[in-house]
Design a protein around this ligand. Structure first.
Ligand code: TRP
Ligand code: ZN
Length: 890
């Protein structure tokens, strides 16, 4: 790419308020098969004078459209009265107040970016976050410009009987030529990124919700007519979310109608457009034959997430995109708390931490690492990251831990009260927390501006004579791009000390009065680089249980040995730490085997580990869902993170070895548990049933890891007896991934089960693309020629390319480099149509420096090859150039 074509970087420090405000916007959409014509009428006022000449040019963002006319206060402007640049429209010096009418058109049917106005199947829909509105019309497309919208949609009556936009429908009717119109008005001023429009021939599931103050809200869930029957779970999730937000946070819905539309082609999970959410079908449609238990849970959490945005995002929005975590981190935290209440607290927490560890920690340690509040970006779409979302949620969670639930609630109430109807910054959020609690959070703010995952080391010393225990905590944080030195963070460390029976002992800090009983768990606040905490009345050296519930997003080294880890795995009263200890124990055992393999030693799985695993499997006091999590071995990705240089072949070989060993050595116990956890009756999604299925299916999976034919028969029966997707998938995954004899037959049979549902087909594709077999890549290429595959559909791209490159490490990282060449080829093909999707795929190679030298070089070559292409999007350019240029990985 030539220097002049290099994309620009945007900086938070350059923020300036908008020179013009929009007090009202009217949009008229005339939708046709070949084009869409948009008439936008803006009421604008100058906010202040800007340049030295006393002029304030009006600059409206816009691209990929045809401009037909510009009319100012009723006067159609000559083409020399404005300038059309590639990405904006400039009017040099408009009056202080004026009405501007702009007519543009575009071709939605050719818009493959899934941003702006586009077509998905037979319908028209929009996606405007973050900067998609500028592909619909020229506009100050930034979140701090808020306006009330009135939207008229006109379309062919037979093809598009359903015409939707934000707010309330205030008019509608027939037009000449078999056309029809609808008018929508949204009384809440909003930024352009929350605008939405849908036109199609859609079925609708209707229900209603009575708010806490007694208002009736119509609930409407739109999907293709044949899919409406699959919307019931989503509707129930919506009602639960609405009630929960009232009860937990006092937040009530504001409009008279809440609409959700399911679309098949969508870049992300869903979008919180005011009163008119647009959802990827994956997060709306479900029935037992198409969706797994975890997909039912995914629907609950995404429905809740988008609903919660109505307050954390829409009523109070972001001043600029550097503040993205203000709405996303907070809303993820809110949806996690919701799920935790409806599933099981510890199960939810463990799953959330798994996501953080497997995606955010690596991001934070790689070349695209950035703070929760980034200070610069080239393409904002690249910043919808695990850091902004999931680490952002952890930061909000720490606030709740530090302030207590009530203090946090007070802070949130004050935030909404102060800023309702405004576009604000992270700073305003923290200030509200401080003001409501009378507590300074100065050091805490560093969590928003310093990237990288802090490391905490803990050491215990015990003095028997004085019965005093000292816990010393020491923190550090590795350098990240652009940030070589870090100041110490303010880290809440939930702590307990366990005696030999696993009982948490009272924690009395030295100097504290002993009038009241001391708590058995305390949140210690680490602020300095190193701090010691002293406890009195500790008779014997205890086993520490630190960072309980994962009280901070850090890497903890508690310096425990395997025996202590096994003890905590069996006895810790904090369910999160029970899981954590088992994972750490397994990781160490596996890394030991990786080292043995490298030395050429024979491999032997430690009997103590097998015993601890058996004890956990048979611990009937442990809820099945938790047991399933506690018995899931750390992933190959997790092992690779812990190697000096990641070796995918070694990680795969060792994880397979351990699974096979457990299979053989615990065959009888696994079989017993497999039979014991059968779920009686017909399938229905329910958390308790899902937990039993998870444990039972884990046993089945391990039984098959021994590759014996009796186990395959068991799995075949499991498959044929299954009345749901969860069990079917659990039965065939080990057969297909193990390349067992019945594999091909099952692939063919499973296809028949999936053929009528796009979401089910995604699983049919991905189960094959993620099979760690020698011919994986040719299979993937063949799948891409399948009639049901399309490079234009992000769900299919994720199901095949994503499942292979992100979910099949041993084959993607093949020493030939063929996997990398394949990814580069797909990224370039995708980039021309859908840059957002292309950038997400190319990021799978961004941490190339972490890998074995031969692999690293092959990845680097492919990244360099991509960078030499002429027409790269900003999205791909940013990820690739940062990946190649950033200093060495941790
Ligand atoms: N705000 C959406 C959410 O988190 C995210 C989103 C949906 C999005 N579609 C997008 C972000 C397209 C960027 C581009 O719920
Ligand atoms: Zn969101």
């Amino acid at each position: 790419m030539s220097d002049s074509a290099k994309p620009q970087t945007r900086y938070l420090k350059d923020y300036a308020p908008p020179p013009y405000a929009v007090s009202a916007i009217q949009l008229r959409f005339e939708l046709f098969e070949e084009s869409a014509r948009v008439t936008s009428t803006l009421e604008m006022q100058r906010q202040h004078r800007q340049d030295e000449a006393g002029q304030t040019p009006l600059m409206l963002d816009g691209h990929d459209m045809t401009l037909h006319s510009v009319t100012l206060d009723g006067q159609k402007l000559d083409t020399d009265a404005y300038i059309v640049e590639p990405e904006r429209l400039v009017i040099a010096n408009p009056p202080e107040r004026f009405t501007l009418e702009i007519v543009t058109s575009s071709k939605p049917q050719d818009n493959a970016s899934l941003e702006g106005l586009y077509r998905s199947g037979d319908m028209f829909c929009t996606q405007c976050e973050a900067e998609g509105f500028r592909k619909i019309t020229y506009y100050p497309d930034r979140p701090d410009v808020m306006a009330p919208y009135t939207v008229t949609i006109e379309a062919d009556k037979a093809r598009y009987p359903t015409l939707l936009s934000n707010g309330n429908r205030i008019d509608g009717g027939d037009l000449p030529d078999g056309r029809r119109f609808a008018v929508w008005q949204d009384p809440f001023p909003k930024p352009s990124y929350l605008f939405a429009l849908v036109a199609g021939n859609l079925g609708c599931l209707r229900d209603a919700f009575i708010t806490q103050s007694g208002r009736r809200v119509a609930l409407e869930l739109y999907a293709r007519e044949q899919d409406v029957a699959q919307c019931h779970h989503a509707m129930a999730a919506l009602k639960k979310s609405m009630r929960w937000d009232e009860e937990r946070f006092g937040r009530e819905y504001d409009l008279d109608v809440y609409m959700i539309v399911a679309v098949g082609d969508f870049n992300m999970g869903a979008m919180e457009n005011k009163g008119l959410n647009i959802f990827n079908t994956k997060y709306v449609l479900a029935n037992p034959d198409t969706a797994t238990d975890s997909e039912y849970e995914g629907i609950d959490s995404v429905i809740a997430h988008e609903y919660f945005h109505n307050w954390s995002g829409n009523r109070v929005t972001c001043r600029d995109w550097f503040q993205l975590s203000l709405k996303e981190g907070l809303t993820v935290f809110r949806d996690q708390e919701f799920s935790s209440d409806i599933v099981s607290g510890p199960v939810q927490r463990i799953n959330d931490v798994r996501v953080l560890r497997s995606h955010q920690f690596p991001e934070d340690a790689g070349p695209t690492a950035h703070p929760v509040q980034p200070d610069s970006y080239i393409e904002i779409n690249n910043f919808y990251t695990n850091t902004v979302y999931n680490k952002g949620a952890e930061v909000v969670r720490m606030l709740q831990t530090l302030l207590g639930r009530d203090g946090f609630r007070k802070g949130l109430d004050l935030y909404f009260e102060r800023h309702d109807g405004q576009a604000v910054t992270v700073e305003e959020f923290i200030s509200a927390m401080e003001a409501a609690n009378g507590r300074a959070l100065t050091q805490f703010r560093l969590w928003y501006v310093q990237a990288g995952t802090p490391q905490v080391r803990a050491a215990l010393s015990h003095d028997a004579a004085s019965q005093r225990l000292t816990l010393t905590l020491r923190q550090s944080c590795p350098a990240t791009p652009g940030q070589s030195f870090k100041q110490p963070f303010h880290i809440p460390i939930a702590t307990a000390l366990l005696d030999q029976q696993g009982q948490a002992i009272p924690l009395r800090l030295v100097g504290e009065s002993n009038a009241a009983p001391a708590p058995t768990e305390r949140v210690l606040e680490l602020r300095a680089t190193e701090e010691s905490f002293h406890f009195d009345g500790v008779a014997q050296m205890p086993t520490p249980s630190l960072l309980r519930g994962f009280s901070a997003p850090v890497k903890l080294d508690a310096q425990l040995d395997n025996a202590q880890l096994a003890f905590l795995w069996a006895h810790d009263s904090d369910p999160f730490n029970r899981w954590e200890s088992g994972q750490e124990y397994a990781t160490r055992v596996m890394l030991g085997l990786v080292a043995a393999r490298a030395r050429g030693d024979s491999l032997n799985l430690d009997e103590n580990f097998v015993d601890a695993f058996r004890a956990c499997l048979q611990d009937d006091a442990l809820d099945p869902a938790l047991r399933a999590l506690a018995l899931t071995l750390p992933s190959e990705g997790h092992l690779m993170e812990r190697m000096t240089l990641a070796d995918p072949q070694a990680a795969h070989a060792i994880r397979s070895f351990v699974r096979a060993q457990l299979s053989v050595r615990l065959e009888a116990e696994l079989l017993t548990a497999y039979h014991a956890f059968r779920v009686a009756g017909a399938y229905r999604y329910a958390p308790l049933d899902a937990g039993r299925r998870a444990l039972r299916n884990l046993c089945l999976d391990l039984l098959l890891a021994g590759q014996d034919s009796a186990a395959e028969t068991l799995a075949l029966n499991h498959y044929h007896n299954a009345d749901n997707m969860t069990d079917r998938l659990a039965a065939i995954t080990p057969i297909i991934h193990g390349g067992l004899p019945h594999s091909d037959k099952l692939i063919a049979d499973f296809y028949i089960h999936c053929a009528s549902s796009a979401n089910a087909l995604d699983k049919w594709f991905s189960i094959q693309a993620s099979a760690p077999l020698p011919d994986a890549l040719p299979r993937v290429r063949a799948l891409m020629t399948h009639q049901d595959f399309s490079l234009r559909n992000p769900n299919k791209v994720r199901a095949v390319i994503g499942a292979f490159c992100g979910g099949n490490p041993v084959r993607f990282h093949d020493a030939s480099g063929a996997g990398y060449a394949f990814l580069a080829e797909q990224v370039l093909a995708l980039d021309a149509a859908n840059p957002q999707a292309a950038a997400r795929m190319v990021a799978l190679m961004s941490r190339w420096r972490r890998f074995r030298r031969d692999l690293a070089e092959l990845m680097q070559k492919q990244l360099q090859r991509i960078l030499t292409q002429d027409k790269l999007s900003n999205d791909v350019y940013e990820i690739v150039s940062k990946s190649l240029n950033a200093p060495a990985d941790d």
